[in-house]
Design a binder for this molecule. Structure first.
Ligand code: PLP
Length: 441
C-alpha cells in the first residue's frame, strides 16, 4: 500500500469532520494533482488557491480542477455566495443535457420576480372568498377557465385548482371518486404512474392492476375481465392520457364501452394527462382525452409542457362533485375543497403568465415543433440501426436502454430494457444527433 491510500483516508476523515456529517461530493482519492471535483467543491478549491477554473468534463459533467493536497474546502466552509454560484453553474450545465424528462425549460419568468417579495398564499377554494387576501385566486380562476376550454367542459360546469403537481392532481381525482363511491374498486394499468399505487394505500381503496399492451396502452380484454368479475362494485378507472414511459394514450371510449357492456352504471373515470394533456388539445386528430369523452376528472402537470420552473399542475373536475367534499373553515374564511391547505400563489401566476405569453396558438406551434422533433429522433435512431418508436401524438421516443454512461450524461429515463427521450421544446435536433452518436459509441 503506497501513501495514496492513507492520505485519501485522512482526507475523507477530515472531510466528514469539517462537513459535520454533511454529504461531501468531492472526488477522492486526493493524491493526484488533477482531480475531478464536482461543481459544488470546485469553487472551494479555487478559493483555496487550488488553481484556475477547469473545463467541465464532457464525460462525467464534472469540473476538473488543479488541487493541492490538503487545500480542501468543503461545502460547510463556502460562503453563501459561493454555494449559490456553484449551484447555478451546476444547473446551467446540467440543463444543456437534459433530454430524458418531460420538462419544458424554454421560458423566462423574470417579469414575475418582483412577486417573490410577498408572502402570497392561495389557501382555500380559488372560487371562494378568503380572509387571506394576499393571493392570486383571480389568476388561478383564469387558468382553470382556460383548462376547462382545453379539456372540453363548459366553464360553468367545471371546477379546479392549481396543484403541486401531477401526483396531487391524481390524488384529487381519486379522492373525489372515493367520496362519491366509497365501495368502488380502482382499476389502473401496469403502465400507470407510480403515484396511483401510492394513492391507493393513502385512500385505502380496493384496487386492481390490469395488464398493459406492448405500446403501453391498457389491455382492454384484461380490463373487461377484471371489471366483469367485480361488476357488483362501482368502477373507478384511471385512464392514462400519455403514460410516463411510452406516452401511450388509453382509449377512453373503449373503457366506457366496456363499462356499458357490463352494465356498470356506478362509475368514475379519472384521466392522468400529466404530459399529453397539453399535447392532445393542439393536434389535428387527438385520441379521446376530455370531458366530452366521458371522463370525470383530469390531472395535467404545469412543469411539463407548460414550462413552469416550479412543480405544479392543474386538477379539473365537475363542479357538482366538489360539493361532496367541501366544508368551510372559519378562521381563514375559506371553503376547504383542495387537498392541501396553504397552496402556492406563485404557481398559478406562472401558469397564467405562460398561457398569456404563448396563447393557445403559441402552444399549438410549440407542440407541432415537438412532434416534428420526436419524429426526427425516431428516424435518426432507426437510420443508425437503433430500433426506436413512439406512440401516435406522443413526444416520447422509446429506444433500447443505452449504457449507464449515456443514461447519466443525458439524464435519460431508463426502465428495465428500454429508455426514452422526450422531445420537449428545449430539445434540439443537435442534441438528438449527439445522443444517437453517444448510443453508437
Ligand atoms: C403520467 C404521469 N402521471 C403523473 C406524474 C406525476 O407527476 P408529478 O411528478 O408532477 O407529481 C407523472 C410524472 O412524470 C407522469 O408521467
Amino acid at each position: 500500500m503506497g501513501w495514496g491510500v492513507p492520505v485519501a483516508m485522512l482526507g475523507q476523515i477530515y472531510t466528514m469532520w469539517a462537513g459535520r456529517g454533511l454529504p461531501i461530493a468531492a472526488s477522492w482519492p486526493y493524491r493526484a494533482n488533477s482531480v475531478c471535483w464536482n461543481v459544488g467543491n470546485h469553487t472551494g478549491a479555487a478559493q483555496a488557491g487550488a488553481g484556475p477554473v477547469g473545463e467541465i468534463r464532457a464525460d462525467c459533467g464534472m469540473i476538473c480542477a488543479q488541487a493541492k493536497p490538503f487545500s480542501f474546502r468543503t461545502e460547510a466552509h463556502m460562503t453563501t455566495e459561493e454555494r449559490l454560484q456553484a449551484l447555478y453553474a451546476k444547473m446551467e450545465e446540467l440543463s444543456t443535457r437534459s433530454v430524458g424528462y418531460p420538462v419544458n425549460q424554454d421560458f423566462d419568468y423574470s417579469e414575475l420576480l418582483p412577486f417573490m417579495k410577498f408572502s402570497i398564499n392561495n389557501v382555500g377554494d380559488p372560487f371562494h372568498e378568503s380572509n387571506f387576501r394576499m393571493n392570486t385566486h383571480e389568476f388561478e380562476r383564469e387558468v382553470v377557465g382556460t383548462f376547462s376550454d382545453l379539456m372540453r367542459i363548459p366553464r360553468d360546469d367545471s371546477w379546479g385548482y392549481v396543484t403541486s403537481g401531477g401526483t396531487e392532481g391524481n390524488m384529487y381525482g381519486l379522492y373525489l371518486a372515493r367520496a362519491l363511491f366509497p365501495d368502488g374498486i380502482v382499476y389502473y394499468s401496469e403502465d400507470t404512474h407510480y403515484s396511483v399505487v401510492k394513492i391507493m394505500s393513502l385512500i385505502n381503496a380496493r384496487n386492481i392492476m390490469v395488464k398493459s399492451q406492448n405500446n403501453g396502452e391498457v389491455d382492454y380484454d384484461d380490463l373487461y375481465e377484471a371489471v366483469r368479475v367485480n361488476r357488483d362494485a362501482p368502477a373507478i378507472v384511471v385512464t392514462n392520457i400519455g403514460t410516463t414511459m411510452k406516452g401511450a394514450v388509453d382509449d377512453v371510449h373503449k373503457v366506457r364501452d366496456i363499462l356499458d357492456d357490463l352494465a356498470v352504471n356506478r362509475l368514475y373515470i379519472h384521466a392522468d394527462a400529466a404530459l399529453s394533456g397539453m399535447i392532445l388539445p393542439f393536434v389535428d386528430e387527438p385520441q379521446a382525452y376530455g370531458f366530452d369523452s366521458g371522463i370525470d376528472s383530469i390531472a395535467v402537470s404545469g412543469h411539463k409542457m407548460i414550462g413552469s420552473p416550479v412543480p405544479c399542475g392543474v386538477a379539473l373536475t365537475k363542479r357538482e362533485y366538489v360539493a361532496r367534499v367541501s366544508r368551510s373553515v372559519e378562521y381563514v374564511g375559506v371553503l376547504d375543497t383542495t387537498l392541501t391547505g396553504s397552496r402556492s400563489a406563485l404557481a398559478p401566476l406562472i401558469v397564467w403568465y405562460a398561457l398569456r405569453k404563448h396563447g393557445l396558438d403559441g402552444y399549438g406551434r410549440i407542440v407541432a415543433r415537438c412532434l416534428e422533433t420526436a419524429e426526427y429522433a425516431v428516424t435518426r435512431f432507426n437510420d443508425s440501426g437503433i430500433p426506436a418508436w413512439r406512440n401516435r401524438n406522443s413526444v416520447t421516443v422509446v429506444f433500447p436502454r443505452p449504457s449507464e454512461e449515456v443514461v447519466h450524461r443525458w439524464s435519460i429515463a431508463p426502465y428495465e430494457d428500454i429508455a426514452h427521450l422526450i422531445a420537449m421544446p428545449n430539445v434540439s435536433r443537435e442534441q438528438i444527433d449527439a445522443v444517437v452518436d453517444d448510443c453508437l459509441r
